[in-house]
Design a binder for this molecule. Structure first.
Ligand SMILES: [Zn+2]
Ligand SMILES: [Zn+2]
Length: 287
């Protein structure tokens, strides 16, 4: 049995390789299966799944949903989702539309503060890619409203600053329900970004998410220290949760993380995929 990688990004979100490229690359690395888990989108799955079928390589559907959480960030992975599920498609579209409105709203806020920039200028600064706050900062600097990036973020753009508009996110409950509704298996991604210190807080969060239908924890992850892996593994086992893992590969070379192996330390067994499938089948039976 070969190895797997259950956390990969493509050009459908912020990855460098197209879905087809990543599937072929994973096969060339000798893996047995992968999941494509782009941020808040299933836009790369149709292509990825088709390429897998074409070259005889197992690709399972996936998504990585950002959920409301503080102080850190919570990412929920959804595996084996039905990519044609109507409500999944509808809700993801709604999320995307809300995000598209975010940048123009930030321009409006800046204008009200007497900062005269246009959305066209910000789009131009992005060079045609995805528009983000760094592009706002660039325009603010060019037009002499601030001296540097730091000042742009501190005065206007950082969370809580005068022109900041929050990104729309699902609550953890909504994200888990959405995944389950689409026939998938919900897994808490890389718990080390939650920003929760102390075992008790994490334990309580897991207990809460469990009630909503969480069924796994991403225990193996390049940014998890060996002691975190031990901790998360014990946590998953205590709650009867599936252990998963993945590299979060984006294809950005300087990250020095590669598909399947991370920084060389990872070796994720195919039994992870089997456990996810078993969890999905169990949920189908219980309907
Ligand atoms: Zn993530
Ligand atoms: Zn990711």
């Amino acid at each position: 049995m070969g190895c797997v990688d259950l956390h990969l990004h493509t050009t459908a979100s912020d990855g460098v390789k197209s879905p087809s490229e990543i599937v072929r690359y994973a096969k060339s690395k000798g893996l047995q299966a992968i999941s494509i888990t782009d941020h808040d989108t299933i836009g790369g799955l149709e292509e990825g799944l088709a390429e897998g079928e074409r070259i005889g390589f197992e690709v399972i559907s996936g998504i990585e949903i950002s959920a409301e959480h503080s102080p850190g960030s919570m990412h929920l992975l959804g595996y084996l989702i039905d990519i044609h599920h109507p409500s999944l498609n509808e809700k993801l579209k709604y999320l995307q539309r809300a995000r598209e409105e975010r940048n123009p709203r930030m321009v409006e806020k800046l204008n009200k503060l007497g900062v005269h920039i246009t959305y066209e200028e910000v789009v131009k600064a992005s060079g045609g890619g995805q528009v983000g706050r760094p592009h706002f900062a660039q325009v603010l600097i060019e037009k002499g409203y601030v001296r540097n990036f730091q000042e742009a973020f501190d005065r206007y753009l950082k969370k809580g600053a005068s022109a900041y508009v929050d990104k729309l996110r699902f609550t953890p409950k909504e994200a888990i329900h959405l995944i389950n509704e689409a026939g998938g298996v919900a897994v808490l991604g890389h718990p080390n970004t939650l920003g929760l210190n102390g075992a008790k807080v994490l334990e309580n969060l897991i207990a809460k998410l469990l009630k909503e239908g969480l069924r796994g924890i991403e225990v193996y992850y390049p940014e998890h220290s060996p002691s975190e892996v031990i901790r998360y593994k014990a946590l998953a086992e205590r709650h009867g949760l599936i252990l998963t893992g993945g590299t979060d590969y984006h294809g950005i070379e300087k990250e020095s993380v590669d598909v399947g192996v991370g920084r060389g330390e990872m070796k994720l067994p195919y039994s992870m995929v089997e456990a996810l499938k078993a969890a999905r089948d169990l949920a189908i039976q219980s309907i």
